[in-house]
Ligand binder design. Sequence first.
Ligand code: TYD
Length: 241
Amino acid sequence: MMQRHDAPEGDVGSLSSEDIDELLAAGEDGGPMVPRGKIIALEGIDGTGKSHVSQRVVEHLEAREVSTIITSEPTEGAVGRLIKRVTEEGVDPYTELFLFMADRADHVQWMAARMREGNWIVCDRYAMSSAAYQGTYLEEEWETKGRDPVAWIMEMHRPWWIAPDLTVLIVDDIDRCLDRVGKRGQATKFERRDYLERVQANYLRIAETTDGVVVVDDPDLEDIVVAVLGRVEAMLGRSKV
Ligand code: TYD
């Protein structure tokens, strides 16, 4: 089954991270462990081909008879829609950060319920996007405070998110990415060359200190797909043990 996340549905309420762990680990009747779905997150600056790679991962998993759901952030839910509006109008960087995190908090509940049903989730952008994009905005301001906003944002997710089983970070030449999104001239605030350069550098920095991140740096999209599917196959092998 393939579906995209729009609005959170069902009665998932406000689960604590312990609830989510319990939900994922135990059978409804307290019986044997229910196979837990996995999260594969795709990350990278705009125009790296994340959406194409996500789609190919889903097709691969479906061919291997793994029930898979493709989803993305910002979501189409209420907070996701608000993000699209306020980022166009311009908003204070902290408000922007907390909106992306609020959208994700909703999304995590939604994903947890589907993982409990045994689905794998392919997520086009996840927490690393906030750390890389919003962290980059805060860097200059925080320089004087001697603190690292990128690390702070990753850390803030820890008590409540579900860490991905695999994160694929796609790295590419900035100009090629801007050409792909066709936004060299009329870029949004997220698609400026100088900004994306710093975002990509921050992505690479997070990858060095975060478990389960694979960096794929290849100009050929098909080569990227092959590399990523190799990782997915390795995960499938491990999950059968
Ligand atoms: P996305 O929907 O991936 O881009 P597009 O509309 O081109 O498909 O994301 C929109 C923008 O939001 C993208 O430039 C990256 C940015 N973003 C953040 O700044 N922080 C976040 O946490 C997320 C999820 C996205």
